[in-house]
Design a protein around this ligand. Structure first.
Ligand code: NDP
Length: 283
C-alpha cells in the first residue's frame, strides 16, 4: 500500500485565495497590509527566500517593502532600521531574513522587533505566548503543518506524536502546537537513544532534522502520518526531505519534498501579516 500524499502546494493555493480576498476587503476599508523584509549581505539562498516572499505577497495583494543592506552592516545600523520600521504605521510585519552575516548580533536584532509586528513569531514574547497557548502570531512552519493535518482531517487528540528536532523555529513550537491540540508529544534530538523505538510508536511523526535518509521505512508505524519538514539537497542537486522514498510504502499519509510543508510555511507568513493588518484596522 502506498501513502496518501499530503499536497502542500494545493492546500497553500487554497489558503492564498482566501487571504487575497481578505486583503481586498481590508484595502476597501483603506488598510493596505504591508510586510517589510530586511536582508543583509549576499547569501544566495537568503536572496531566493526573500524574492519568494515578495512574490507571495504580490500574489495576495500584500505590499512588500524590501530593505537590502550590505554585508558590512553593523548591529547598530540594523537595530536603527528595525526601530524605524517598528514605528511606521504603514508597516504591519517585519521580517529579518536569517541567517545574518557573522558579526551581527542576531538575538539582539530579533528581540528589537516589536512583538506586534513579529510575523515570524521569533521574539521571546511571542514564543512565550505560543508556549502558554495564547499565540499572537503562529510560528509559520509548525502552523503550516497543523493546517495540513486539519485539511486532511487527521485527528490529533490523544494521538502519539513524535517530533524529531528541537530547534526554536521548528521542533519546539511544533511540539507545542501538537500538545495544545492534546497530542501526546515526544521530542527527539541528536542525543536521543533508540530513536527508532520511539518513532515506531508515532501515529504522527514529524521529522525536522535536515539530513537525507534520516527516517527509514523500518522507523515508521504502518499507517502513520509522516510530515517531512526537512529540505536537503541530494547529491544530484534535487531537493529531498529526511525520509527515504520507501517510507511512503509504510506510512498512511506523507508530505512530499518539495511541495509539502514548504509552501505552507510561506503562506503562513502571509496569514500573519494579514492578522497584523487587521489589528491595525481595529486599533
Ligand atoms: P536545526 O539544525 O536547527 O535542527 C535540527 C534538529 O535535528 C536539532 O534539534 C538536532 O538535534 C536534530 N538532529 C540532528 N541529528 C539528529 C539525529 N541523528 N537524530 C535525531 N535528531 C537529530 O534545523 P531546523 O529546525 O532549522 O530545520 C530542520 C530542517 O527543516 C532543515 O532541513 C531545514 O532546512 C528544514 N526547514 C524547512 C522549512 C519548511 O518550510 N519546509 C522551514 C524551516 C526549516 P540537537 O538539538 O541535539 O542538535
Amino acid at each position: 500500500m502506498s501513502a496518501i500524499i499530503i499536497d502542500g502546494k494545493e492546500t497553500a493555493k487554497k489558503l492564498r485565495i482566501s487571504i487575497k480576498k481578505q486583503v481586498e476587503e481590508l484595502k476597501a476599508e483603506g488598510i493596505v497590509p504591508a510586510l517589510a523584509v530586511i536582508i543583509v549581505g549576499n547569501n544566495p539562498a537568503s536572496r531566493v527566500y526573500v524574492s519568494n516572499k515578495e512574490k507571495d505577497c504580490k500574489k495576495c495583494g500584500i505590499e512588500s517593502l524590501e530593505f537590502a543592506l550590505p554585508e558590512e552592516t553593523t548591529t547598530e545600523e540594523l537595530l536603527a532600521l528595525v526601530g524605524e520600521l517598528n514605528t511606521r504605521s504603514d508597516v504591519d510585519g517585519i521580517l529579518v531574513q536569517l541567517p545574518l552575516p557573522r558579526g551581527i548580533d542576531e538575538r539582539r536584532v530579533i528581540e528589537a522587533i516589536t512583538p506586534a509586528k513579529d510575523v515570524d513569531a521569533f521574539h521571546p514574547e511571542n514564543v512565550g505566548r505560543i508556549m502558554i497557548g495564547t499565540p499572537s502570531f503562529l510560528p509559520c512552519t509548525p502552523a503550516g503543518v497543523m493546517a495540513l493535518l486539519d485539511e486532511y482531517k487527521i485527528p490529533i487528540e490523544g494521538k502519539e506524536c513524535v517530533v524529531i528536532g528541537r530547534s526554536n523555529i521548528v521542533g519546539k513550537p511544533m511540539a507545542m502546537l501538537l500538545l495544545h491540540r492534546s497530542g501526546t508529544v515526544t521530542i527527539c534530538h541528536s542525543r536521543t537513544r533508540d530513536l527508532a523505538d520511539i518513532t515506531r510508536r508515532a501515529d504522527i511523526l514529524v521529522s525536522a532534522v535536515g539530513r537525507e535518509g534520516m527516517v527509514t521505512a523500518d522507523m515508521v508505524k504502518p499507517g502513520a502520518v509522516v510530515i517531512d519538514v526537512a529540505i536537503n539537497t541530494a547529491a544530484d542537486g534535487s531537493l529531498v526531505g529526511d525520509c527515504t522514498p520507501d517510507v511512503a510504502e509504510v506510512a498512511g499519509y506523507i508530505t512530499p519534498v518539495p511541495g509539502g510543508v514548504g509552501p505552507m510555511t510561506r503562506v503562513m507568513l502571509l496569514e500573519n501579516t494579514l492578522t497584523s493588518a487587521r489589528r491595525r484596522k481595529n486599533g
